[in-house]
Design a protein around this ligand. Structure first.
Ligand SMILES: C[S@@+](CC[C@H](N)C(=O)[O-])C[C@H]1O[C@@H](n2cnc3c(N)ncnc32)[C@H](O)[C@@H]1O
Length: 404
C-alpha cells in the first residue's frame, strides 16, 4: 500500500470509521456472524424460554414444591438443558467470531489507520483536545481479561500511537448489532440521543454547559449530546488510550470540539463543581461495585449544585423476574464480564445516596428508544403520561441517576 500523503488537505483523509475497506469475503463473513447472532438472540432464546416453561421449571417445582426464586436457581435448573447449552455455545462462538470477522481487515489497514489518526491528531482544528497519560495504571477490571472476549480489551497497544483495538471495537460492534437493529432511522434514537432528549424534556429548565462522559470508549454515546444541547462543552474520559485516540479523530473529522482525556473515573483531575451533566452508557456493569462507589463520589464532587448524573445500564435484578435475571446474567459467566451480575444485584439508588445524593433526588426508569416512537409519544412519556416499557423490550433503555 502506498503511504498516505498526510501533508495534503486533511479533508482528503478517509473518515477513520471507513478504514479498513473490508473485502468481499470479509463482508460475507461479517454478515453471517450478524445473522447468526440474530438467530441465537431471538429464535434460540425463544426456544430456550419455551424449554424452561415446559420442562425445566415444572421439574424444579416438582422437586422443590415451588418455582425457582432467583437467577441462580433458574440457572441450576437450566444447566443441563439442551436448549441452554446450544444457545450458550453458539452465542459464545458468535461473540468470538464477531471480533475475528473484522480483525483481518484492521490488521491489513493498521498502518493507514494509525497514520490517519496521527495526521488528524497533529493538526486539531475544532478546539477539541486529547490528553493521554502513559503512566496511568490500567484498572484490573480492564487489564486482567478481555472484556466481551474482544482480543486486547480496551487498552492494549501493539505499536506506538496504536488504535488497533479501537478499530476492532468500532467495526466489531457494527457486526454485533447489525442483525438486531430495531429499524430505527440513522438520525434518531440510540442510547445518548434517547437519554439526552428525555432529560431535556423532563427538565426543561436544565441548560447544561458542560458534560462529562465516563468510560466514553470511542465517544459514540457522547457525540449525540452535542446535538441535544447545542453549544455544550463536551468531555470524555476513559482508561484506554487507543479508544481515546480513535474518539478524538472521530470528533475532529465530524467537526466537533470534544475534550478527551485518559483518566480513571474514580479520581479525575477536574476541579470541584466543573460539570452540569455527568453521563455513562454500558459502563458500570463492567467494573467492580467498589469502583462504582468511588466513581459516584467523584461524580458528586464534579457536579455543580443542580447538576445531574445519569447512567444508562442494565436493569437491577430486583426489577426483573428470576428467568430474565438468569437470561441477562449470561454475560457474567460467558462473556468475560465478571462484575455484571454483582452490579445488577446492587441497590443502585442506595449507591447514589451513599455518594452524597439526596434519596428524593435519585430516580430510575426505563425509557423508550426515541428512534422507534413518535416525537409526540416520546414527549408524553417524558411528561409521565405514558407507561414505561417492560424490561426485556429491545427498543428501550434503563437509566438511573440523581440531581445534586
Ligand atoms: C463497554 S465500554 C463503554 C461503552 C461506551 N460508553 C459506549 O456507550 O459506546 C466501557 C469503557 O469503560 C472504560 N473504563 C473501564 N474502567 C474505567 C475507569 N475506571 N475509568 C474510566 N474508564 C474506564 C473501558 O476502557 C471501556 O472503554
Amino acid at each position: 500500500m502506498a503511504p498516505l500523503d498526510t501533508s495534503a488537505n486533511r479533508a482528503n483523509l478517509p473518515m477513520i470509521g471507513s478504514v479498513p475497506q473490508h473485502t468481499h469475503d470479509e463482508i460475507n463473513r461479517q454478515q453471517f456472524v450478524s445473522i447468526l447472532r440474530k438467530h441465537v438472540m431471538t429464535e434460540m432464546a425463544k426456544d430456550m424460554r419455551a424449554a424452561y416453561d415446559a420442562v425445566e421449571e415444572p421439574a424444579f417445582k416438582k422437586a422443590h414444591g415451588r418455582a425457582p426464586k432467583d437467577a441462580r436457581e433458574v440457572r441450576a435448573a437450566m444447566m443441563h438443558d439442551a436448549h441452554f447449552r446450544a444457545y450458550s455455545s453458539i452465542r459464545y462462538n458468535a461473540q468470538e467470531m464477531t471480533w475475528m470477522s473484522v480483525q483481518d481487515g484492521v490488521e491489513r489497514a493498521l498502518p493507514e489507520l494509525n497514520e490517519v489518526a496521527a495526521a488528524v491528531a497533529a493538526s486539531p482544528r475544532n478546539g477539541g483536545t486529547l490528553r493521554l497519560n502513559p503512566s496511568l495504571e490500567i484498572p484490573k477490571a480492564v487489564s486482567s481479561l478481555d472484556i466481551h472476549l474482544m482480543p486486547g480489551c480496551f487498552h492494549t497497544e501493539y505499536a506506538k500511537e496504536d488504535i488497533a483495538v479501537a478499530a476492532v471495537y468500532d467495526h466489531g460492534t457494527r457486526v454485533f448489532g447489525a442483525g438486531l437493529r430495531t429499524g430505527r432511522p440513522k438520525t434518531k434514537g440510540g442510547v445518548a440521543d434517547s437519554v439526552g432528549n428525555y432529560l431535556k424534556l423532563k427538565y426543561p429548565t436544565f441548560k447544561p454547559k458542560r458534560i462529562l462522559d465516563l468510560g466514553t470508549t470511542t465517544g459514540s454515546n457522547l457525540f449525540p449530546y452535542l446535538k441535544v444541547f447545542p453549544g455544550i462543552e463536551a468531555y470524555g474520559i476513559d482508561v484506554g488510550a487507543p479508544m481515546l485516540r480513535y474518539a478524538h479523530v472521530r470528533a475532529e473529522q465530524m467537526g466537533e470540539a470534544v475534550h478527551f482525556s485518559q483518566q480513571n473515573a474514580e479520581k479525575t483531575d477536574f476541579p470541584d463543581g466543573y460539570f452540569d451533566l455527568i453521563v455513562s452508557s454500558f459502563f458500570l456493569h463492567e467494573i467492580s461495585v467498589d469502583s462504582t462507589r468511588k466513581i459516584f463520589k467523584e461524580a458528586y464532587r464534579l457536579l455543580k449544585p443542580g447538576g445531574l448524573m445519569s447512567h444508562m445500564e442494565l436493569p437491577p435484578s430486583n426489577l426483573c423476574d428470576p428467568y430474565y435475571n438468569f437470561y441477562l446474567d449470561w454475560d457474567a459467566y460467558y462473556n468475560n464480564e465478571p462484575h455484571y451480575a454483582r452490579f445488577r444485584a446492587q441497590d443502585i439508588i442506595g449507591l447514589c445516596a451513599e455518594a452524597g445524593f439526596a434519596r428524593n433526588k435519585c430516580d430510575q426508569i426505563r425509557i423508550p428508544d426515541r428512534g422507534v416512537v413518535s416525537d409526540e409519544y416520546f414527549a408524553a412519556f417524558a411528561r409521565g403520561e405514558v407507561e414505561a416499557p417492560q424490561h426485556g423490550n429491545f427498543a428501550s433503555w434503563f437509566i438511573f441517576g440523581a440531581l445534586k
